[in-house]
Design a protein around this ligand. Structure first.
Ligand code: AMP
Length: 205
């Protein structure tokens, strides 16, 4: 199973990705996390990425595509993966399609988590509180100023992907306004969770 999760910052992509990983036995590929890890390691690419990320801007397409192209060749992606935060532009989506074609593969489904923008700041504030409580390092871009820039980038550069994937018949739009369990129920209604060792599928709520 090869999935893409689309949705604005704070929509809950990471939370639902964790559940998809467990349910389908696939690997979670978050480009945001990969870029933050590279920045923390202090590699030249990572430091360059950090400048874009801290400003709430997208990193250049070639950088995001290179990181994903390299990562999906890893053996842990053989059983499938979930792309969280990639693609974020039509150019990235086209590059992904070329890479997958070369591997004789394709994307099975694109899940778009739709959330009212007025909720997003609140959700990012909740994430900051939870990370602080766990003693984790806060993200440089989890603040109101960066969030509004990330939303501008989302609207201008990422939202066209809904039409891109709808045209290909791959898009499933999910209402992301409910609880974590409600959103999960909506996702598993379109992507039933396989029951290991049994023929057929069932939806796990
Ligand atoms: P995320 O963790 O998905 O919210 O991503 C955090 C930040 O990483 C974004 O605001 C961008 O600066 C950068 N980023 C993550 N994925 C991509 C991508 N596919 N293309 C460009 N920039 C990205």
């Amino acid at each position: 199973m090869r999935l893409i999760l689309l949705g604005p910052p704070g929509a809950g992509k990471g939370t639902q990705a964790d559940r998809l990983v467990e349910a389908f036995g696939i690997t979670h590929l978050s480009t945001g996390k990969m870029l933050r890890d590279a920045a923390a390691e202090g590699t030249p690419e990572g430091l360059k990425a950090h400048e874009f990320m801290a400003r709430g801007e997208l990193v250049p397409d070639d950088m995001a595509v290179a990181i994903v192209a390299h990562r999906i060749e890893h053996p842990d992606c053989r059983n499938g993966f979930i792309l969280d935060g990639f693609p974020r532009t039509v150019a990235q989506a086209e590059a992904l399609e070329r890479i997958m074609k070369e591997q004789g593969q394709g994307i099975d489904a694109v899940i778009e988590i739709k959330v009212d923008e007025r909720m997003l700041l609140q959700r990012v504030e909740t994430r900051v509180k939870e990370m602080t409580a766990r003693g984790e390092t806060l993200r440089a871009d989890d603040n109101a100023e960066s969030l509004s820039k990330r939303l501008i980038a989302y609207r201008a550069q990422t939202m066209p992907l809904s039409t891109y994937y709808a045209t290909k018949g791959l898009l499933y739009a999910i209402d992301g306004m409910g609880s974590i369990d409600d959103v999960w129920a909506a996702i598993t209604a379109v992507l039933p969770v396989p029951v290991p060792g049994k023929f057929g599928r069932r939806t796990r709520k």
